[in-house]
Write a protein that binds this ligand. Structure first.
Ligand code: FAD
Length: 385
């Protein structure tokens, strides 16, 4: 078993860190305060190639293998101070772009991937509904077949990138039969008649990613808007969600490392009772635990990347990674806040923002409770109905 990075991977990692530190994230506090999307930062990321690391060269990407791409995304998340921008990129990539990479026809790939890679299109994924959160099979959004077309009607909520999206991947009901076979995945351009952002949704953290409620009112879609095939939406969702539940959480590992760095610096420089506070075991052990969580989460992340590079399923490993990395990041942020004292609570330092950003991780992409259900059923506990 070889845990080392190749010279090419190390060089890419260093370049990504240098780029993200120098070119983006300087206005993170302002984007957080005003809840604004950093369009300029987005364009710079696209130009640097961030939006195409996992996309085939034929469509403008750089076709990195999963392990190398994970190295690059973790480095990006570590060095980009704007978690909102990182989250916008992650939603675009893992819940929109990768659906098309994995399940698009050559025509769909040629039409949508180049603008998604060059940043001229922003992607979003519309799954959740007011009455269908964890229980996605309860969804009521319908795409009714009318002749050669489908007519899409329904409301999706909590959609990241929704207010700025140019393209949605939408899961809708196309049948009344057994629930899983009744769902279909559609590519829906935001400029089609009937697509409407009905509400911007304010939130506690990740405020540099805009969130919206989206209504689809009699949106007419030709059959070439279907991803995969009619009735395959649930299967495509459950296979592609592995990207979302693994690569998306490279961001948690990057953030853990950034918060650890800040905590080490503070423990070494803040003096009380004539000593750096790091000399007190109650402080230094918090930092040791941060490092333990970072190390363990990173190993889980790279294990998943390796499984993906072997073309193997990683449903169990993704669920374990998601629970551990997101809950670990929250604990790391709480510990960092405590050891920074008042400075961790006020907005002069980014610690309180890191904590607000971290809190959402146990909710989106399937809650911690749902991940534990998945883990329990995959290790043999009788599945819930
Ligand atoms: C920051 C953020 C970004 C998001 N982005 C998107 C997006 O881009 N696209 C999109 O479609 N959705 C998005 N969502 C929505 C997200 O996927 C849902 O919030 C999530 O699936 C949970 O659904 P819910 O909020 O309706 O909670 P509910 O399903 O109502 O759950 C409420 C509570 O009950 C628990 N619970 C429910 N069922 C069970 C069960 N069977 N066993 C144990 N516990 C259970 C849950 O774990 C949770 O604690 C986003 C959410 C957030 C916070």
């Amino acid at each position: 078993m070889d845990f080392s990075l190749t010279p090419e991977q190390q060089s890419l990692r260093d370049k990504v860190i240098a780029f993200a530190r120098a070119e983006i994230g300087a206005d993170a506090a302002e984007h957080d305060r005003a809840a604004t999307f950093d369009r300029e930062g987005w364009a710079r990321c696209a130009e640097f190639g961030v939006l195409g690391w996992t996309v085939p060269r034929a469509y403008g990407g750089s076709e990195l293998d999963p392990v190398t791409a994970m190295v690059a995304h973790e480095a990006f998340a570590y060095a980009c101070r704007d978690n909102g921008l990182t989250f916008a990129i992650n939603n675009h990539l893992w819940a929109c772009v990768m659906y098309i990479v994995e399940h698009g026809t050559p025509e769909q790939c040629a039409r949508y991937l180049p603008p998604l890679v060059d940043g001229s299109m922003v992607g979003a994924h519309a799954l959740t509904e007011p009455q269908a959160g964890s229980d996605i099979l309860a969804m009521t959004t319908r795409a009714e077949r009318v002749g050669d077309t489908y007519v899409l009607t329904g409301t999706k909520c909590f959609i990241s990138n929704g207010p700025v999206a140019d393209l949605f991947t939408v899961i809708a009901r196309t049948g009344d039969g057994p629930a899983q076979g009744a769902l279909t995945l559609f590519i829906v351009p935001a400029d089609l008649p009937g697509v409407q952002v009905v509400r911007d949704i304010p939130k506690a953290g990740l405020r540099g990613t805009l969130m919206g409620e989206i209504r689809f009112d009699d949106v007419v879609l030709s059959a070439d808007h279907i991803l995969g095939a009619e009735g395959r939406g649930y299967q495509i969702f459950t296979s592609t969600i592995e990207w979302e539940r693994s690569f998306m959480f490279s961001a948690a590992i990057g953030a853990m490392r950034r918060v650890l760095d800040m905590s080490v610096r503070h423990a070494a420089t803040r003096r009380q009772f004539g000593k750096p506070i790091g000399a007190f075991q109650a402080v230094s052990h918090k930092i040791a635990d941060m490092r333990v969580r970072l190390e363990a989460a990173r190993l889980m992340l790279y294990h998943v990347a390796w499984l993906k590079s072997q073309g193997r399923m990683a449903l169990l490993e993704c669920a374990i990674l998601k629970v551990f990395a997101t809950e670990g990041l929250i604990q790391t942020c709480l510990d960092a806040q405590q050891l920074h004292g008042a400075r961790g609570y006020v907005s002069d330092l980014p610690i309180e923002r890191e904590l607000r950003d971290a809190l959402a991780g146990t909710i989106y992409g399937g809650t911690s409770e749902i991940q534990r259900n998945v883990i329990a059923s995959l290790v043999g506990v009788p599945a819930m109905s």
